[in-house]
Design a protein around this ligand. Structure first.
Ligand SMILES: Nc1ncnc2c1ncn2[C@@H]1O[C@H](COP(=O)(O)OP(=O)(O)O)[C@@H](O)[C@H]1O
Ligand SMILES: [Mg+2]
Length: 294
């Protein structure tokens, strides 16, 4: 199938800031595509240009192989990072009000079921929790039966339980055959939801692939971390490749087993050791020398 969205060398500059500096990617239909990166990376700006909310400073965006026309607006659904709901409406009123704006809106039943809204339909918008409000926003993004859905940091600020609920809904939307493009600064969210990820930093894409591909490409077998203070030799003499991160030294090793044997045979103090298989956080660290959330 031809790609649903192609972004070619997209650039967006504000007066003195180049927020998006020549990014390119292609999204086939039916996947969840993630823009993953720290705050200020340019994710929201990129999304807003692709959504047609702001105009690009350069580059090209193709929807179904052609430049966007008015019809684009009718085929996409957008969940904004910050939207205000009208306090004096109930959840049901809100859905009905917005449904009335479309020629052929999604059925109330389907919206309520997909976004798990049955229990709060008669609650006032200002009396619902953050997680419930995000679910309502998702329902609003689905109103016009879009093929492509934009989610900007959908779970930011939610507690762990509400995040999980939201993730299940995003998965259900994908299983419904929709294509999703989302932004996140959370690597576990990206790993859980996304089939394909573009890692953004300072306005550019520094790596792209599926989560397992990225981990294979940029990380080795295992990571062993020791407190910096417990290492008594100069770091340059360590038997394994390392990085210093937040007062700890993270060493990479072909296998965790082998790394531990080496450290033990050399008499290292292994108190407060931590060991893990690499994840997207390590991919970002290896690419930039920084933690994603710093
Ligand atoms: N309207 C604007 N005017 C000027 N600078 C902006 C504007 N919007 C975003 N920026 C800047 O562009 C960069 C990227 O911001 P943003 O796209 O919001 O990043 P992210 O969503 O990844 O956190 C930041 O340096 C931000 O300050
Ligand atoms: Mg943002």
């Amino acid at each position: 199938m031809p790609p649903i969205l192609e972004v070619k060398n997209l650039i967006k500059t504000f007066k003195t800031v180049t927020a998006v500096n020549g990014i390119s990617f292609t999204i086939p239909p039916g996947i969840c595509f993630g823009l993953l990166g720290p705050n200020g990376a340019g994710k929201t700006t990129a999304l807003e240009v692709i959504e047609g909310i702001t105009s690009p400073s350069g580059g090209e965006i193709l929807f179904n192989g052609a430049p966007q026309t008015e019809a684009f607006r009718e085929e996409v659904g957008i969940q904004f990072q910050h939207t205000t709901l009208l306090d004096f409406l109930t959840v049901r009123n809100t859905l009905e009000t917005f449904r009335a704006l479309y020629r052929d809106p999604e059925s109330m039943e389907h919206l309520v079921e997909t976004c798990n809204l049955a229990e709060i339909l008669d609650h006032m918008n200002n009396k619902i929790s953050g997680g419930q409000s995000q679910r309502l926003m998702l329902a609003l993004a689905l109103l016009n039966k879009p093929r492509l859905i934009f989610l900007d940091e959908p779970s930011t600020g939610l507690d762990p339980q509400a995040r999980r609920n939201l993730w299940e809904i995003v998965r259900a939307i994908k299983e419904d055959g929709k294509t999703i493009i989302l932004t996140t600064h959370s690597m576990d969210e990206a790993e859980y939801l996304c089939d394909e990820i573009a890692i953004m930093d300072h306005g550019t894409i520094i790596a792209q692939g599926s989560p397992p591909e990225l981990i294979r490409r940029y990380c080795r077998g295992g990571i062993i971390s020791l407190p910096r203070a417990n290492i008594t030799i100069p770091l340059s003499q360590l038997p394994l490749p390392y990085k210093e991160v937040n007062g700890r030294v993270e060493m990479t090793t072909e296998t965790i087993d082998q790394g531990l044997k080496i450290l033990m045979s050399k008499g290292f103090d292994l108190s407060d050791i931590s060991v893990h298989s690499p994840d997207l956080e390590d991919v970002f660290l290896n690419l930039t020398g920084r933690k994603l959330r710093e």
